[in-house]
Design a protein around this ligand. Structure first.
Ligand code: 5GP
Length: 196
């Protein structure tokens, strides 16, 4: 996605060799027009997959996941990071997720009410780094007997191990942008992404 790449180049801020800040259009302020394009692109890549639900993790995954669910005409579920008081323990499915950026482990939870055995679920997230968030969401889905159709990622940092871990586990990963390196304060995309 050329527009997403331009946004990253123009507005992204490299905090370290491993961490990219995109608060101006994805992680704090949100660009709704870009989110719409992102939703359309994921819907195109996963068409004919009979997806029944889109699942993400609060909060930064919600904007791109919502637009994807709108385009696919299915509900969006966002896993909650803290088991809320409104949900009873026996009514939720949980998984542990280590957060790379925050360096802490969170329990993520989804109500059993919204994920059923016959669901076909597309996972959407903002970033892919070490794959912890995506694998946590996969574990949640699989506890219900539902099927993981694939994982859609807005920004993949391909120099980290996430894609390898998820593909080894047997799942399809579709990333809209793949960053090969952020060394020397410069963003380099994967060569084959340039023409997309
Ligand atoms: P993973 O679980 O794959 O290690 O990391 C993915 C999660 O960590 C994403 O949901 C995202 O919120 C956060 N994350 C990982 N790397 C970055 C990054 O470079 N920038 C931002 N803004 N978030 C990141």
């Amino acid at each position: 996605m050329e527009r997403l790449k331009q946004k990253i180049l123009n507005e992204g801020c490299i905090l370290s060799e491993n961490v990219l800040k995109v608060d101006s259009f994805l992680n704090h302020q949100v660009d709704p027009f870009l989110m719409k394009e992102i939703g359309e692109e994921f819907a195109k890549r996963f068409k004919n997959q009979e997806i029944t639900k889109v699942l993400t993790l609060e909060s930064s995954g919600i904007a791109p996941a919502l637009m994807t669910s709108l385009m696919l005409k299915v509900p969006l579920i966002f896993a909650k990071k803290k088991n809320p008081l409104t949900l009873k323990e026996q009514d939720v499915i949980t998984a542990e997720v280590y957060s790379y950026t925050k360096q802490e482990t969170n329990t993520i939870a989804v109500s059993r009410e919204f994920l059923k055995e016959n669901d076909q679920v597309l996972i959407i997230d903002d970033f892919l780094a070490n794959g912890e968030a995506a694998l946590g969401l996969i574990r949640l889905i699989e506890q219900t007997g539902a099927k993981v159709v694939g994982i859609g990622i807005v920004i993949e940092k391909s120099f980290q191990i996430g894609r390898e871990k998820i593909e080894k586990a047997g799942y399809r990963v579709e990333s809209l942008v793949r960053i090969q390196s952020m060394k020397n304060n410069q963003i380099q995309f994967f060569a084959k992404e340039v023409l997309q």
